[in-house]
Design a protein around this ligand. Structure first.
Ligand code: 5RP
Length: 221
């Protein structure tokens, strides 16, 4: 099976979490990236099962609207039923690195708002130790140097993502050569660097469920 087919299988598996709720709105939080895009396409086939969506990026919002799906501002909803998104790396404890598409801050906000976080990946994303994928860190532009120097002290090699501005108007530093043995601890340490908006470790906000698609089919973690 090709990687795109695996991503599509994982995306379809997440449809099991989309269902109407008696007396309450069913709101689906939507991630960003190629796997999330495949989920959006699959979601369009079950429009009758939910009320509306909340998107983690302008790109995902545009794709949702192109399917005729309703996209609400997060502040307009009191709860998000389920959040579905891909990841760049997943460890056995379901902690993640995200932000390859640069949408990590809004992704973490929507994930934090959701009752359940369902992650959808192909098996190439599974790792024992997070950090081979350069860790994305969103920074306020004027703090780029300050945050970069602090990240060096933590053992990483930050590189500015050239020509990229986030949906929030900020920059991304991709931090190489971090060996993330304690994801929750490093997530907190980076969050504490002044000028950091968000970092791509999702450990405090780990996935509740991961659907991993491989050549043999989809397994649940
Ligand atoms: C975007 C993300 C994506 O979920 C991550 O980069 C995985 O993308 P893809 O599904 O295209 O492999 O965090 O900010």
């Amino acid at each position: 099976m090709k990687q795109d087919e695996m991503k599509a299988s994982a995306a379809r598996a997440a449809l099991a979490y989309i269902e109407p709720r008696l007396g309450r709105k069913s709101i689906v939080g939507i991630g960003t990236g190629s796997t999330a895009n495949l989920f959006i396409d699959a979601l369009a086939e079950v429009k009758h099962k939910f009320d509306a969506t909340v998107a983690s990026s302008d790109a995902s919002a545009d794709r949702l609207r192109s399917h005729g799906l309703t996209v609400l501002d997060l502040n307009a909803v009191s709860e998000v039923t389920v959040y579905v998104d891909g990841a760049d790396e997943v460890n056995p404890q379901r902690a993640l690195i995200k932000g390859g598409g640069g949408a990590l801050t809004r992704e973490k906000i929507v994930a934090a708002s959701a009752d359940k976080f369902v992650c959808i990946v192909d098996e190439s994303k599974m790792v024992n130790l997070l950090g081979s994928f350069p860790l994305p860190v969103e920074v306020i532009p004027m703090a780029r140097g300050l945050v970069g120097r602090a990240l060096r002290k933590l053992g990483g090699y930050p590189e500015l993502r050239e020509g990229f501005i986030t949906d929030n108007g900020n920059l991304i530093l991709d931090v190489h050569e971090l060996s993330i043995e304690e994801p929750w601890k490093l997530e907190t340490q980076i969050n504490n660097i002044v000028g950091t908006v968000c970092n791509g470790i999702f450990a405090a906000q780990a996935a509740d469920v991961v659907f991993v698609a491989g050549a043999e089919g989809v397994r649940q973690l």
